[in-house]
Design a protein around this ligand. Structure first.
Ligand code: GN1
Ligand code: MG
Length: 350
């Protein structure tokens, strides 16, 4: 109870009746707060990862403005509103100079850790496609890059190689498996960035972290009504988002296999919303993205494990190693199903 940020929550609304940790994010600290008149979400932005929290706020404003400029367009997703402090500021800086902000709590919704059926999978595809298509005419250069290098896979390879110059890969089988997997597949890291540099893939506005539990399902209608965790909205490739969404939604826990059926449902519904802006090249690089994102996340987890777990929160020192292992196994399952995934993409192109 003493560790809960009552005094900080009361910068936004008072009196605070209850606070509880919310979600399982690996970067920011998130809390649910209840006051007499409302509920809201309180977040401490991790300033090591996001050294310029004001840029995040600016991006959210751009998003709102874009929406206001197109008031007639149907919008099926809510963006949680920012709440001001009692002193009318957009955020609160505590004595450690940590940035806290408060967001609207979207009532009667739930987030999922695992898809239970194809209807939910269809909702995810529709929501991500809708999100991309709503933002497809927003000039991405108007947005700050809140996290430079995020999803730029060759940079993660460089960081890994830098860490290897000062750290030993431990000789346990799990660590060796990770090191060998990276050595064997590091060529996967370059394809999307090369296509971006050649102008084949356009920079667009991306979410950056559209994993399953960032989609909020309405408890009654079972439809997705909001996409949260907007810190990494920035210019990027929609392929990062598609690959990240699929690696999170189609990951069979336990076996670490890639669920091709769910992938088919998500991609089909995604494309039904995204077809307005999706180009032939965008299709060409879909498989590359599906294969890359679990590899990239495994690489990020493993590098952090070797560095002593400085980036992703852990509750035990081997957690990032185990997370890496699960991502590499998932990537392996994707590679095993390459032909089937490519056949699926070919069918969806028609
Ligand atoms: C981080 O903190 P969270 O869980 O929202 C990470 C994502 C990873 C995810 C893996 C800014 O997101 O890229 O996919 O962990 N976010 C950042 O669970 O690095
Ligand atoms: Mg996130």
């Amino acid at each position: 109870m003493n560790n809960l940020p009552y005094a900080i929550a009361e910068q936004f609304a008072t009196p605070v009746l209850a606070i509880a940790p919310l979600g399982n994010g690996l970067i920011n600290d998130t809390f649910w707060v209840k006051t007499e008149s409302m509920q809201f979400v309180l977040q401490r932005i991790n300033s090591t990862v996001f050294p310029k929290p004001l840029n995040i706020m600016d991006n959210l404003l751009q998003l709102n403005q874009h929406q206001e400029q197109n008031p007639n367009r149907p919008v099926k997703l809510k963006i949680p509103a920012l709440l001001k402090t009692l002193a009318h500021n957009d955020f609160y800086l505590d004595e450690h100079n940590d940035c806290w902000r408060a967001l609207e709590f979207i009532e009667n919704t739930e987030s999922l850790e695992m898809l239970a059926n194809v209807d939910q999978a269809q909702q995810v595809g529709l929501a991500l496609g809708h999100f991309h298509s709503l933002l497809s005419d927003l000039d991405s250069s108007l947005l700050h890059d809140t996290l430079p290098g995020f999803h730029v896979a060759p940079e993660y390879i460089k960081s890994y190689q830098r860490v290897l110059t000062t750290t030993f890969v431990q000789s346990d089988p799990d660590s060796l498996y990770c090191a060998e997997f990276i050595a064997g597949y590091k060529h996967l890291a370059v394809d999307l960035e090369t296509a971006k540099a050649r102008g084949l893939l356009a920079l667009r506005v991306i979410h950056g972290d559209p994993k399953l539990n960032n989609f909020l399902f309405d408890k009654d209608s079972k439809k997705i009504i909001s996409l949260i965790d907007l810190d990494t909205i920035k210019p990027g490739l929609v392929h990062y988002d598609i690959g990240d969404c699929l690696r999170s939604c189609c990951h069979k826990q336990g076996s670490n296999e890639f669920d091709l059926e769910l992938c088919a449902v998500i991609l089909e519904s995604y494309l039904s919303e995204a077809s307005t802006f999706f180009s032939a090249y965008d299709y060409d690089y879909l498989y590359t993205a599906i294969q890359l994102l679990p590899f990239e996340l495994g690489l990020r987890f493993y590098t952090d494990f070797l560095e002593g777990n400085q980036y992703f929160k852990v509750t035990d020192p081997k957690q990032n190693l185990n997370r890496a292992l699960a991502q590499f196994k998932l990537c392996e399952s994707i590679i095993d199903q390459e032909l089937a995934i490519k056949t699926l993409i070919k069918q969806l192109r028609r």
